[in-house]
Design a protein around this ligand. Structure first.
Ligand code: 5GP
Ligand code: ZN
Length: 138
Protein backbone atom coordinates (compact mmCIF):
# COMPACT_ATOMS: atom_id res chain seq x y z
CA UNK A 1 0.00 0.00 0.00
CA UNK A 2 1.19 3.48 -0.93
CA UNK A 3 0.37 5.89 1.90
CA UNK A 4 0.04 8.87 -0.46
CA UNK A 5 -2.40 7.14 -2.79
CA UNK A 6 -6.12 7.85 -2.41
CA UNK A 7 -7.14 4.66 -4.24
CA UNK A 8 -4.93 2.54 -1.93
CA UNK A 9 -6.85 4.07 0.98
CA UNK A 10 -10.23 3.49 -0.67
CA UNK A 11 -9.39 -0.04 -1.90
CA UNK A 12 -8.20 -1.06 1.55
CA UNK A 13 -11.19 0.46 3.36
CA UNK A 14 -9.33 3.29 5.09
CA UNK A 15 -11.55 5.82 3.28
CA UNK A 16 -15.22 4.78 2.94
CA UNK A 17 -16.75 4.35 -0.51
CA UNK A 18 -19.93 3.01 -2.09
CA UNK A 19 -18.72 -0.55 -2.63
CA UNK A 20 -20.55 -2.97 -4.87
CA UNK A 21 -18.02 -5.80 -4.70
CA UNK A 22 -15.03 -6.78 -2.58
CA UNK A 23 -12.71 -9.78 -2.32
CA UNK A 24 -9.16 -10.27 -1.07
CA UNK A 25 -7.63 -8.65 -4.19
CA UNK A 26 -10.16 -6.06 -5.42
CA UNK A 27 -12.73 -3.48 -4.40
CA UNK A 28 -15.28 -2.17 -6.88
CA UNK A 29 -16.69 1.27 -6.07
CA UNK A 30 -18.98 3.84 -7.59
CA UNK A 31 -17.18 6.80 -9.17
CA UNK A 32 -17.72 10.00 -7.18
CA UNK A 33 -18.20 12.01 -10.43
CA UNK A 34 -20.02 9.47 -12.61
CA UNK A 35 -20.18 9.78 -16.38
CA UNK A 36 -23.55 8.01 -16.15
CA UNK A 37 -25.70 6.37 -13.47
CA UNK A 38 -23.77 3.38 -12.08
CA UNK A 39 -20.27 4.35 -13.32
CA UNK A 40 -18.01 2.02 -11.35
CA UNK A 41 -14.26 1.56 -10.84
CA UNK A 42 -12.47 -1.76 -10.28
CA UNK A 43 -9.52 -1.13 -7.97
CA UNK A 44 -6.85 -3.71 -7.13
CA UNK A 45 -6.05 -3.57 -3.39
CA UNK A 46 -2.36 -3.74 -4.21
CA UNK A 47 -0.81 -0.48 -5.43
CA UNK A 48 -0.33 -1.02 -9.16
CA UNK A 49 0.12 2.33 -10.90
CA UNK A 50 -0.99 1.30 -14.39
CA UNK A 51 -1.30 -1.58 -16.84
CA UNK A 52 2.44 -1.54 -17.54
CA UNK A 53 3.01 -2.67 -13.94
CA UNK A 54 0.28 -5.31 -13.85
CA UNK A 55 1.06 -9.04 -13.62
CA UNK A 56 -0.82 -11.53 -15.82
CA UNK A 57 -2.74 -13.13 -12.96
CA UNK A 58 -4.20 -9.78 -11.82
CA UNK A 59 -4.95 -8.77 -15.41
CA UNK A 60 -6.92 -11.98 -15.97
CA UNK A 61 -8.91 -11.49 -12.80
CA UNK A 62 -9.71 -7.85 -13.64
CA UNK A 63 -11.45 -8.76 -16.87
CA UNK A 64 -13.35 -11.69 -15.40
CA UNK A 65 -14.61 -9.30 -12.73
CA UNK A 66 -15.48 -6.65 -15.35
CA UNK A 67 -17.55 -9.20 -17.24
CA UNK A 68 -19.46 -10.21 -14.10
CA UNK A 69 -20.10 -6.59 -13.14
CA UNK A 70 -21.27 -5.68 -16.65
CA UNK A 71 -23.87 -8.44 -16.55
CA UNK A 72 -25.05 -7.45 -13.06
CA UNK A 73 -25.33 -3.81 -14.21
CA UNK A 74 -27.34 -4.79 -17.25
CA UNK A 75 -29.88 -6.51 -15.00
CA UNK A 76 -29.84 -4.06 -12.09
CA UNK A 77 -29.75 -0.80 -14.05
CA UNK A 78 -31.33 -1.90 -17.33
CA UNK A 79 -28.61 -0.06 -19.27
CA UNK A 80 -28.71 -0.13 -23.07
CA UNK A 81 -24.94 -0.54 -23.53
CA UNK A 82 -21.70 -0.25 -21.58
CA UNK A 83 -18.17 1.11 -22.05
CA UNK A 84 -15.04 -0.29 -20.42
CA UNK A 85 -12.32 2.36 -20.26
CA UNK A 86 -8.87 2.24 -18.70
CA UNK A 87 -6.43 5.16 -18.87
CA UNK A 88 -2.66 4.78 -18.49
CA UNK A 89 -0.45 7.84 -18.11
CA UNK A 90 -1.27 11.52 -18.06
CA UNK A 91 -1.26 11.71 -21.88
CA UNK A 92 -4.01 9.07 -21.93
CA UNK A 93 -6.14 10.92 -19.40
CA UNK A 94 -5.13 9.09 -16.21
CA UNK A 95 -5.59 11.39 -13.22
CA UNK A 96 -5.30 8.91 -10.34
CA UNK A 97 -2.11 6.89 -10.61
CA UNK A 98 -3.41 3.65 -9.12
CA UNK A 99 -4.78 1.26 -11.76
CA UNK A 100 -8.56 1.41 -12.19
CA UNK A 101 -10.90 0.03 -14.80
CA UNK A 102 -13.92 2.22 -15.54
CA UNK A 103 -17.18 0.38 -16.13
CA UNK A 104 -19.63 2.88 -17.57
CA UNK A 105 -23.21 1.80 -18.21
CA UNK A 106 -24.73 3.58 -21.19
CA UNK A 107 -28.30 4.65 -21.72
CA UNK A 108 -30.01 5.76 -24.89
CA UNK A 109 -29.60 9.53 -25.15
CA UNK A 110 -27.43 9.77 -22.01
CA UNK A 111 -25.53 12.67 -23.63
CA UNK A 112 -22.07 11.15 -23.06
CA UNK A 113 -19.36 10.94 -25.74
CA UNK A 114 -16.63 8.37 -25.11
CA UNK A 115 -14.82 8.42 -28.44
CA UNK A 116 -11.76 9.37 -30.49
CA UNK A 117 -11.16 11.05 -33.83
CA UNK A 118 -10.49 8.30 -36.43
CA UNK A 119 -7.14 8.79 -38.19
CA UNK A 120 -5.62 7.35 -41.38
CA UNK A 121 -2.88 4.77 -41.99
CA UNK A 122 -1.11 2.99 -44.84
CA UNK A 123 -1.03 -0.82 -45.13
CA UNK A 124 2.78 -0.78 -45.08
CA UNK A 125 2.86 1.20 -41.84
CA UNK A 126 0.31 -1.12 -40.20
CA UNK A 127 2.41 -4.16 -41.17
CA UNK A 128 5.54 -2.56 -39.75
CA UNK A 129 3.83 -1.72 -36.44
CA UNK A 130 2.33 -5.21 -36.15
CA UNK A 131 5.74 -6.80 -36.80
CA UNK A 132 7.45 -4.69 -34.14
CA UNK A 133 4.88 -5.60 -31.48
CA UNK A 134 4.58 -9.24 -32.53
CA UNK A 135 8.31 -9.73 -31.96
CA UNK A 136 7.81 -9.07 -28.24
CA UNK A 137 4.74 -11.23 -27.65
CA UNK A 138 5.81 -14.85 -28.15
P1 5GP B 1 -8.88 8.54 -14.54
O1 5GP B 1 -9.05 9.88 -15.19
O2 5GP B 1 -7.61 8.48 -13.71
O3 5GP B 1 -8.99 7.38 -15.48
O4 5GP B 1 -10.12 8.39 -13.56
C1 5GP B 1 -10.13 8.78 -12.23
C2 5GP B 1 -11.55 8.61 -11.78
O5 5GP B 1 -11.56 8.54 -10.37
C3 5GP B 1 -12.47 9.78 -12.17
O6 5GP B 1 -13.58 9.27 -12.88
C4 5GP B 1 -12.86 10.38 -10.83
O7 5GP B 1 -14.18 10.86 -10.83
C5 5GP B 1 -12.66 9.23 -9.87
N1 5GP B 1 -12.31 9.62 -8.51
C6 5GP B 1 -11.32 10.47 -8.16
N2 5GP B 1 -11.27 10.58 -6.81
C7 5GP B 1 -12.24 9.76 -6.32
C8 5GP B 1 -12.67 9.45 -4.99
O8 5GP B 1 -12.14 9.96 -3.98
N3 5GP B 1 -13.69 8.56 -4.86
C9 5GP B 1 -14.28 7.99 -5.95
N4 5GP B 1 -15.29 7.12 -5.70
N5 5GP B 1 -13.91 8.27 -7.22
C10 5GP B 1 -12.90 9.15 -7.39
ZN1 ZN C 1 -2.46 3.05 -4.70
Amino acid sequence: MNTNCIFCKIANGEIPSSTLYEDDAFRVILDVSPATKGHALILPKQHIANIFEMDDSTAEKVFVLASRIAKAMKTALNCDGLNIVQNNGEVAGQTVFHFHLHIIPRYNEDGQHISWIPGTSEAEERESIATQIKALLN
